[in-house]
Design a protein around this ligand. Structure first.
Ligand code: NAD
Length: 484
């Protein structure tokens, strides 16, 4: 067997802007630390975009990325305008990179931050939630986005967070959601969290409502260990966390899938400083360290991380981190890289030394036995902007149109009940949710739904959308109207 054959193949993209400089730096450090990697380069990003590929990835790059276990990606410049799609979102969704793992630490007093003890990892769900990108304008006044939260998706990300905590010697996993308001979507995430937490008795678990949770991430980040949360909340709190750590430019990020995983810096391609030998390679280096740990090369990951910490402690800083009085020497990308390589094998004096224990974490998606599903009603959404828009008039139209076997239960506007017995103070848009149910509670069929819709159409109602009201094993699978 040749030396190359013994190495683990990883896909590498040098990216745009500062990408090539920082990737070169990172690969020099990986090689010097003896990471047994075989780099296979793909050309993606600006050049691909500008040659007419709107996704930024040529077909041949997909094969390399899919064949190799890990993908180390330098930042990419997304050209402005012209309908170019975000490469990150394309890669994340196409390859099922379900977990975005962002460790955030403060390196005070060497990097300016008031939070000396901060050392948290945010595990953000990476594929679902409002990022499904399903949006519609339904009336002149109303737009909507679909927030999709699935049980397999929630199980997978939450189990990943606990497995990550175990593998990395973390003690607590905190779930953040807004299930006091979104009882079915965020409620499912919280419920699954409680179920899975029981499988990990050695890890402490707790739940915080996202608003107070975010406030605590900003004000007392040192109290968190691992946080697992939904896509949008994770996006927001990971930026808050990076900002309060005082080190956005130092943070790495891992996008984990069941086969392929992608590792990168949190920052972009910084075209303003490209080619000047001033870029800080630390963000990409921290992404590469996450990759080594993921691949099971914890020893090399520790060696590199500790040498990097010693370099920070020695006050050898790139321009973005350099502070007179705090730093010893301002250096460029190449000299910073040399300084890290010189310190391989050294241990930090004051900052906590890195200690990784992990190997690759496998969390396959789970398919549960489907529950018994019964239809007990339907929400029919209407576009109606007639006259003064009084809901009592709409109620009368619908009561008159309602066919046998159906009963109008209520009408809401922006989720608030306005019929029967609404309040005059409520604001009415042109978007009405009209809830019809079976009068005697018996199960309904889709033919019943078609009959109802036919009757509403005959009454000239402008039906814009419907949602079925199901029970699952007898449990209500839809929310009540506010005031219902
Ligand atoms: P940016 O992160 O590239 O730059 C923001 C600021 O931070 C700039 O002043 C830059 O000089 C500085 N900076 C960033 N990284 C640095 C480093 N390693 N060392 C020193 N200074 C650094 O964000 P932007 O300017 O909004 O975006 C530039 C391009 O990057 C855009 O085309 C954007 O689409 C792309 N982008 C790509 C990714 C990615 O590939 N993952 C992520 C974000 C932005």
């Amino acid at each position: 067997m040749t030396a190359t054959a013994e190495k683990t193949p990883v896909t590498v993209a040098y990216g745009d802007g500062i990408g090539p400089e920082i990737m070169e730096s990172v690969i020099r450090i990986l090689d010097a630390a003896g990471a047994p990697l075989d780099y296979q380069v793909v050309e993606i990003g600006e050049k691909a975009y500008l040659s007419g590929n709107t996704s930024g990835i040529p077909a041949e790059a997909w094969d390399t990325i899919r064949r190799n276990k890990a993908f180390l990606k330098a930042p990419i410049t997304t050209p402005q305008g012209g309908g170019y799609k975000s490469l990150n979102v394309t890669i994340r969704k196409s390859l099922g990179l379900f977990a975005n793992v962002r460790p955030t630490k403060s390196y005070a007093p060497y990097v300016n931050s008031p939070h000396t003890g901060m050392d948290m990892v945010i595990v953000r769900e990476n594929e679902e939630d409002l990022y499904a990108g399903i949006e519609h304008q339904q009336t002149a006044e109303v737009t909507q986005v679909l927030k999709l939260i699935t049980r397999p998706g929630s199980e997978r990300i939450i189990r990943y967070a606990f497995e990550y905590a175990e593998a990395h010697g973390r003690k607590t996993v905190t779930c953040m959601s807004k299930d006091n308001i979104m009882k079915h979507t965020d409620g499912l995430f919280h419920k699954v969290f409680d179920e899975i937490a029981k499988e990990y008795p050695n890890i402490e678990s707790n739940h915080q409502i996202i608003d107070i949770g975010s406030a605590r991430v900003a004000a007392m980040p040192e109290t968190f260990d691992v946080i697992v949360t939904l896509n949008l909340y994770g996006d927001i709190i990971s930026d808050i966390a990076a900002q309060v750590a005082g080190s956005v430019g130092l943070a790495g990020s891992a996008n984990i899938g069941s086969t392929v995983s992608m590792f990168e810096a949190v920052h972009g391609s910084a075209p303003d400083i490209a080619g000047k030998d001033v870029a800080n390679p630390s963000g990409l280096l921290n992404g590469a360290i996450q990759m080594l740990v993921h691949l099971g090369f914890a020893e090399q990951a520790e060696k590199i991380n500790n040498a990097w910490l010693v370099t920070l402690e020695d006050g050898i800083h790139t321009a973005d981190v350099f502070r007179p009085g705090l730093s010893e020497r301002e250096v460029g990308t190449k000299a910073f890289t040399d300084a890290i390589i010189e310190r391989l094998g050294q241990m930090p004096r004051r900052l906590k030394a890195a200690h990784f224990q992990s190997a690759e974490i496998h969390v396959p998606p789970v398919r549960n036995t489907p529950p018994k599903k019964e239809l007990e009603g339907i929400d029919v959404f209407l576009d109606w902007a007639d006259g003064d828009r009084h809901p009592d008039r709409l109620g009368k139209i619908l009561e008159d149109a309602c066919p046998e076997g159906w009963k109008l239960k209520m009408i809401t506007n922006r989720g608030v009940k306005v019929y029967p017995d609404g309040l005059p103070e409520t604001f009415w848009t042109d978007h009405w949710r009209c809830r019809f149910i079976s009068p005697d509670g018996s199960a309904l069929t889709f033919s019943d739904v078609l009959r109802l819709l036919g009757a509403l159409n005959d009454a000239s109602c402008d039906v814009i959308k419907t949602e079925h009201l199901y029970t699952f094993d007898g449990e209500r699978g839809y929310s009540l109207g506010q005031g219902e």
